[in-house]
Design a protein around this ligand. Structure first.
Ligand code: SER
Ligand code: ZN
Length: 524
């Protein structure tokens, strides 16, 4: 790493004659100050003033220009903040002169990178980035505001250069996927596409909007039965409580959950939510009138009347829940908190054309959250995993497997920051990460060659959420969380893919939860 910064302190007046002498003296003092507490071996790496100058001008106010370079320790933009304090003390005392501002004249940073990226990129606030084999030469925009430095943005920018190179590399590889357990083979009753099957039977109907579906009475009854199974097998015996989470998510939540780092980078593709500029009836009247005359709407006109998005529709389901605990201290005996939510759909703007019922924009999900001390969270994750095995393998009687995969939050954030790259064998589920339950879909082909449907995950998140939403335990002991997500769409698609739509072929253990399967109207 190499940093070269040129900046100036703007003065509120002119330097006296003896200023250069004094400055030379102070630079020695400054050097000692900056070296304080630095290891001998690191001294070469810290910020050094390479040059300074007071240009002669006819202006009433002088400027004190400095060039500062460093390696990777005590970087010039950090040294600058200390120098501001140092020199404003000196100038004030000796010359009765104040510093009125700081101007960044040029900042060039050589960032070490693991390799040259295949696709070069630019970044906000960088006027150019030139990539070599092991180094990215970054020139920052001139006139960087000082509060940009104070808020740590330059450090994040440098880190981002490295991370983007790393992420390109990680993305190039397959998502991490290791099958850790497979159930016994089961002979499927059908081999047809479940979406086609369910349409034919009148279970589901496509709407005019993208890949959105209406659940008819039959599949709704199947969904309710599945809910009863979840309550019976998981929630009741393990002591979970039902809650209702918000489904509109403000930026603030996605800042904390980390999702915004991955915005439309391949794993987090939310619907945005805009509110009107005003409620005012007159403001909207032309739109309503236009509609009354043309019976049509001009979305672009509406766009002009909207504020920029406030956030978006719930995507990962659990993040907005954490606002419930945000900034709170919770009694130790409240833990573990065991919660589930299935109060509404979550949304993802899936790419490409319409998919079947297995991959929808509007999905009805079951989210299960546990917060507590690490041991409680690990135990609950294992209990939940066993419960899902029972539901999928015994009650629904499906052929499935478990895979240790890239944790959902890492794929959603798309951030190399968190990727520890570990491949983990999994005797017991007691570490941070995600297990996916994947169900065999006979219509897609053979067991070996086809994609199985990811239907449910169980994830241990460590302290990530408790920390970023500042949730504290009464004793101050560390808090962890886990969460599990699965959608009714996926569960039922997988079930119908192996068992078909005729209850005659369904397992007894599931039929127990269904009194009667209502049918929809007969469409003529
Ligand atoms: N929140 C997790 C996810 O989005 C589990 O539902 O996958
Ligand atoms: Zn979750």
């Amino acid at each position: 790493m190499k940093y070269n910064l040129q900046f100036s302190f703007k003065l509120r007046g002119k330097f006296p004659q003896n200023a250069p002498e004094k400055i030379e003296e102070w630079l020695v003092e400054l050097k000692q100050m900056l070296e304080k507490g630095i290891n001998e071996k690191d001294l070469k790496e810290i910020s050094r003033v390479k040059k300074w100058e007071i240009p002669t001008t006819s202006k009433k106010e002088d400027e004190f220009i400095l060039s500062v370079s460093s390696g990777g320790i005590l970087l010039p933009h950090h040294a600058l903040l200390r120098m501001r304090k140092f020199f404003s003390g000196k100038f004030g005392k000796e010359f009765k002169l104040g510093i009125s501002g700081i101007e960044i004249k040029s900042y060039k940073i050589d960032v070490d990178i693991p390799r040259k990226p295949e696709k070069e990129f630019s970044l906000p606030f960088a006027s150019s980035i030139k990539f070599g084999d092991k180094v990215a030469k970054v020139t920052l925009d001139k006139d960087i505001p000082i509060d940009f430095i104070e808020k740590g943005a330059i450090d994040r920018l440098v880190k981002l250069v490295r991370n983007k190179v790393l992420e390109e590399f990680i993305r190039g590889k397959d998502e991490h996927h290791l099958v850790i357990w497979t159930s016994e083979e089961k002979t499927p009753v059908v081999k047809t596409n479940p979406t086609d099957n369910m349409i034919k039977e009148g279970w589901i109907q496509r709407t005019n909007y993208r890949n959105q579906w209406i659940f008819g009475p039959t599949i709704t009854a199947v969904t309710e039965a599945l809910k009863d199974v979840m309550v019976d097998v998981l929630y009741k015996p393990l002591g979970f409580k039902n809650m209702i989470f918000p489904k509109v998510v403000p930026w603030e939540v996605w800042k904390k959950s980390g999702h915004l780092s991955g915005l439309y980078q391949g794993g987090f593709e939310p619907y945005f939510v805009c509110t009107p500029k005003t409620h005012d009836a007159e403001f909207w009247e032309e739109i309503a009138d236009y509609y009354r005359i043309t019976l049509d709407i001009e979305p672009e006109k509406i766009m002009e009347k909207l504020r920029p998005p406030i956030g978006g529709l719930s995507y990962a389901q659990c993040p907005p829940f954490y606002s419930y605990l945000q900034g709170k201290t919770i009694s130790d005996d409240s833990f573990p908190l065991l919660i589930y939510d299935w109060s509404g759909p979550t949304y993802r703007y899936e790419s490409g054309a319409a998919h079947g019922f297995e991959r929808v924009d509007e999905l009805h999900r079951i989210e299960t959250i546990v917060i507590g001390f690490p041991d409680q969270v690990k135990k609950a994750a294992q209990d939940l995993r066993i419960g899902f095995r029972k539901i999928i393998g015994e009650i629904l009687d499906l052929e499935y497997r478990e895979a240790w995969v890239t944790p959902w939050w890492i794929s959603q954030e798309g951030s190399a920051d968190q990727e520890d790259g570990k491949t983990v064998e999994l005797p017991k589920f007691d570490q941070i990460g995600t297990i996916d339950f994947e169900i065999y879909m006979p219509y897609r082909g053979s067991r070996d060659s086809s994609d199985w449907l990811e239907t449910q995950n169980v994830s241990i998140l460590g302290n990530k959420y408790a920390k970023s939403f500042t949730v504290k335990s009464q004793s101050g002991k560390e808090l962890w969380s886990n969460c599990c997500g699965g959608s009714f769409e996926r569960f039922i698609s997988a079930f119908v893919a192996q068992k078909g739509v005729d209850p005659k072929n369904w397992p007894e253990k599931f039929l127990k939860y269904i009194d009667e399967l209502p049918s929809g109207p007969t469409f003529m």
